[in-house]
Ligand binder design. Sequence first.
Ligand SMILES: [Zn+2]
Length: 310
Amino acid sequence: MSTEANPVFVRRQGSATAPDHLVASVQTRELGGLRVHAIQAGGQKLDGGAMFGVVPKPLWERRVPADERNRIQLGMRCLLIEHPIGLVLIDTGVGNKENEKFRDIYGIENAGRVGPTWLEDGLASLEVRPEDVAMVISSHLHFDHAGGNTTRGPDGVIRPTFPNARYVMQRGELEYARHTNERTAASYFPHNFAPIVAQERFDFVDGEREIVRGIRVVPTPGHTPFHQSVQIESDGEVAFYPADLAPTSSHLPLAWIMGYDVEPLVTLETKRAILTKAAREGWLLIFEHDATVASGKVKLDGKGFALDQG
Ligand SMILES: [Zn+2]
């Protein structure tokens, strides 16, 4: 994640413990009147075939190399927005509650030096404590997006990580997470959301809504039926956090859709609509799972979409 590759973000602080390929860091930029920090909350490795669905390996491997277990390196990039109402955090990485076997299977590297995970370390580098966060918005409740919503304390008790925050979620996503089937159960763990339900800390949204001035949740179904993205707008500038609609910069071609998606043809149409707008209106896309490319603009490239390198 060199600053040259992402001229719009300025690296603020690196982490000495981070592997080179990830460089756990906080990158900061101004978006109109808002300050936005992209916090790398951890590394994760997922099967390359599953990440690119029907795209054959010889094609995707040219862009992203696979390890000996056929996994590709991913990140878990969260956003912290300094907003007049307080600090707004978008997605929270994988958290600290999974066991060693799980962490090995998914190649998770996120153990913090000062806090439980890289997320708290990134916040600390900005002099932010978990209790300072006013709002947490989750794109969806999969473990690698909402795992950090709760934390296992030294006493073994699992609590909301951000004790003073409201947690904003599509109502349908919680219901979907609570009623899993054989295909979806591997991604949804009650310990990531049940403690928040128990403390009545969720604020539910149905559909598109401006949550606070300039921060809007936008339903982007396909990966899950109630998956949402977040649009940030200030003084005419727009940043868009697609989350798993386009998890990396390699997922801009329309057919490059994850095998994990429960409704891939819905993803296709959601992506077509969102990327068309993004290209036309010059939005900055911020990629949650890209290990190296934090953000970029998108351009129409023939019939499809590509990262605008210019
Ligand atoms: Zn994900």
